[in-house]
Design a protein around this ligand. Sequence first.
Ligand SMILES: *[C@@H]1O[C@H](CO)[C@@H](O)[C@H](O)[C@H]1NC(C)=O
Ligand SMILES: *[C@@H]1O[C@H](CO)[C@@H](O)[C@H](O)[C@H]1NC(C)=O
Ligand SMILES: *[C@@H]1O[C@H](CO)[C@@H](O)[C@H](O)[C@H]1NC(C)=O
Ligand SMILES: *[C@@H]1O[C@H](CO)[C@@H](O)[C@H](O)[C@H]1NC(C)=O
Ligand SMILES: *[C@@H]1O[C@H](CO)[C@@H](O)[C@H](O)[C@H]1NC(C)=O
Ligand SMILES: *[C@@H]1O[C@H](CO)[C@@H](O)[C@H](O)[C@H]1NC(C)=O
Length: 309
Amino acid sequence: MTASLKQLPIQILLIMASCRHISSKTVGPTTPPLVPINPLQMDTRSVVLKGENKAERVELQNPVNLSLECIWTGNQKKQLNITGYWRKDGVEIQDSRVTVNLENQQYKLKQTFSIVNQESLGNYTCVFGNEAELEFILSAPQVGEKRDKPVVSYVGDFVVLTCKMEETKPKPNTWNWYKNNGTHKEEISEATEPHRYLISNDNWKTKLKVKNVSEADSGLYYCGAVYNISTSMSSVELKVITIMEPLKPFLSILVEVVILVAAILIYERSHAKKKETEANGPNSDPKNTQSQGEDNAAEENASVRQRKA
Ligand SMILES: *[C@@H]1O[C@H](CO)[C@@H](O)[C@H](O)[C@H]1NC(C)=O
Ligand SMILES: *[C@@H]1O[C@H](CO)[C@@H](O)[C@H](O)[C@H]1NC(C)=O
Ligand SMILES: *[C@@H]1O[C@H](CO)[C@@H](O)[C@H](O)[C@H]1NC(C)=O
Ligand SMILES: *[C@@H]1O[C@H](CO)[C@@H](O)[C@H](O)[C@H]1NC(C)=O
Ligand SMILES: *[C@@H]1O[C@H](CO)[C@@H](O)[C@H](O)[C@H]1NC(C)=O
Ligand SMILES: *[C@@H]1O[C@H](CO)[C@@H](O)[C@H](O)[C@H]1NC(C)=O
């Protein structure tokens, strides 16, 4: 009885703790955790700019209210105030112009942006007069290592294309695959006719297997790591060749070798004929110091040449 009473506050604490964990920061502990209202979380990035420009990468997984702060240490002029504003993807953001006063030998520019989808990701730049700027490059987690060589396969064979997100980055919800059809990224799946695609996802990795490839399968493929904020693309190039393709250089070398050998044989033959006509003189010279074996070999060669002729 007393024991269970003692445990009660602990249980309440545990429930409250798990509620806090599941719901976002702004949800009070009295709110039932199953209510799917999910106000945007707040996040802040503050960067100090010492020179004239700088870029800062920010990778986001979930929609967020992001407060960006630029602190510029200024230049020699140390004007008492300066005009500051923001740009999104190179275009000035309306009504973002403010007068920034010099405080503690630095200028501070701060604004909060709602980053909720692919469109709101991109480049946010704070600008101090015409003198300095700092760019925040906002994106979903990106695949770091890019493959620049195409994957090569042969007609009729199968091929496996892979994509991998670094395990230090957040795990994607899932993965998608697309093929460039010239104008668009067309999504492909195992249901895509004629059922030659197999997709296997394993947390930070994805594999696309294409069976019985033809030259038409050549081209750019994209894997998309799906995050709540947006899908992060990476590309893999596939090159399908016929079995004859890698043989081509070999065949051209072969042709060259055949021609060369033919030329040598023709040269040899005409040279041998000349030698034969001269052979009567020097070969019968008694001072010839050739050994018996070499003589035999020479004779054999001569007879072979005669048979060939
Ligand atoms: C996020 O920003 C939007 C508009 O910028 C605002 O309406 C909303 O209240 C903010 N949410 C939070 C949790 O700060
Ligand atoms: C900016 O500084 C100048 C002097 O450098 C001053 O005359 C002006 O009133 C200041 N403007 C604002 C908005 O503080
Ligand atoms: C953002 O900036 C980076 C690097 O400067 C650039 O590669 C990228 O294309 C820019 N993105 C947009 C949407 O302007
Ligand atoms: C590429 O895919 C898009 C979207 O599925 C489609 O509208 C377009 O016609 C396709 N283009 C070609 C050349 O097949
Ligand atoms: C492979 O594809 C070719 C056409 O590209 C088709 O003629 C052949 O039947 C296919 N083979 C298999 C085993 O599906
Ligand atoms: C993505 O969003 C859903 C619904 O808003 C949420 O339940 C889930 O935890 C989020 N995923 C991640 C990895 O944060």
